[in-house]
Design a protein around this ligand. Structure first.
Ligand code: ADP
Length: 370
């Protein structure tokens, strides 16, 4: 019997996706990769998510439809690949080839401590022995130069292999590039989004970053074209979302999470960090005052089934560390230092999980018996 793709498509016309009741052809779920070799037929079905509850039943129904409509002799069992949109997201051009993991740190609202968390996370990761770089992409309010005591620093150019590369500034073992090094605070405010995006792309592509275990992006607050450019430019491993437990901050954090996980961007969220989770006065070490509300991020994380990566209290030394250019995480034994060390540990675990999942779900082949 001569097999041809149209016959297979006709058979698949009869398979409905239980979630909508529509045919999988109508829903555009059958990929354009039908391959016929003698009696052997293979192709892929595209699902929104790798854990789609109907994945196995749809694959089974497709097998049955082909065997019934086209003929028992078709070798189809085990030859239907189930793929998900998350997996087929085109990997952006490979910039930063020597960087293992790229983590974007974001927040819905400004002032919730995103930069403080980025700086201390970087130092805590360095304490663990990892090599770390930060791109301060918070173009309208770059704070990394101050937080790393590098305000006077002006990165130099170095000609490597005929290309002029920007040497990142460095302190406490963390490599840093920030628009704050190139533009004075007042002029950045008037930059158009595209100018900002192009400048950031240049700092990524022309920075002499070298090999790094973690490249942290301190994103501007909210959702903007800059976010879109960066996620399209870089193969981001995942996003860490920082918020205070306060309702208004959480509402904006939720918007940010929706943007990252939406179809247009589709970057995994590694988890949430609750900053300013409580205040403990030095003279009353047992007391916790929930100034911005209690467990707001923890509850949001639970609701969205995302890990809570850390709860960082309000501590005067955290603020002072930021202002004096000596992040508290440098003192790993202090209470705040330990909070950031725990956060770093959780981030490493979340990244490991993510990398394992990515490897395991590259192409999910469904065996006939399942
Ligand atoms: P964002 O990057 O979200 O705008 P910043 O990291 O600049 O926020 O933090 C805003 C202010 O709050 C800074 O002055 C910072 O030192 C302070 N801050 C942030 N987190 C804490 C904390 N956990 N305890 C005390 N002060 C904090």
């Amino acid at each position: 019997m001569a097999l041809y793709p149209k016959l297979i498509l006709e058979a698949l016309e009869k398979v409905r996706y239980p979630g909508t009741g529509k045919s999988i052809i109508e829903m555009g779920m059958v990929e354009d990769d039908i391959h016929i070799d003698g009696n052997k037929v293979s192709f892929s079905i595209l699902f929104d998510k790798p854990n789609d509850p109907f994945l196995r039943s749809v694959v089974k129904a497709a097998e049955t439809a082909i065997l019934t409509y086209v003929g028992e002799e078709v070798e189809i069992k085990g030859n239907i690949g189930a793929i998900s949109k998350q997996m087929v997201r085109p990997e952006p051009a490979k910039l930063l080839p020597e960087v293992k993991n790229i983590i974007a740190v974001s927040s819905g609202k400004g002032g919730v401590g995103k930069s403080t968390v980025t700086a201390n996370l970087a130092v805590a990761l360095t304490n663990m022995g990892y090599t770390v770089g930060i791109l301060d992409a918070d173009i309208y309010g770059p704070s990394m130069p101050k937080m790393f005591c590098l305000e006077e620093s002006r990165p130099l150019l170095e000609n490597i292999g005929g290309r002029d590369l920007i040497i990142p500034a460095e302190n406490y073992g963390v490599k840093i590039l920030s628009m704050g090094f190139f533009v004075d605070k007042d002029s950045a405010v008037v930059w158009r989004g595209s100018m900002a995006s192009n400048a950031l792309k240049q700092l990524i592509a022309d920075g002499n970053w070298g090999p790094l275990d973690f490249f942290l992006l301190d994103l501007p607050p909210g959702t903007s074209d800059i976010h879109l450019t960066l996620v399209q430019t870089l193969a981001i491993t995942g996003v860490v979302v920082v918020s205070t437990p306060q309702e208004v901050a959480l509402a904006d954090a939720r918007k940010g999470i929706n943007m990252f996980t939406g179809e247009k961007i589709n970057v995994p969220v590694l988890g949430l960090v609750e900053n300013m989770a409580w205040f403990t006065p030095a003279e009353l070490p047992e007391n916790k005052y929930y100034i911005f509300g209690k467990d707001g991020c923890k509850n949001l994380a639970q609701e969205l089934k995302l890990p809570l990566l850390g709860q960082i209290p309000i501590v005067q030394s955290i603020r002072e560390g930021g202002d004096s250019g000596k992040p508290v995480a440098l003192n790993a034994e202090s209470i705040s230092g330990m909070a950031f060390a725990e956060l770093a540990q959780k981030v490493v675990e979340a990244v490991d999980d993510r990398n394992k999942n990515k490897a395991a779900t590259k192409v999910v082949k469904i065996s006939p018996s399942t």
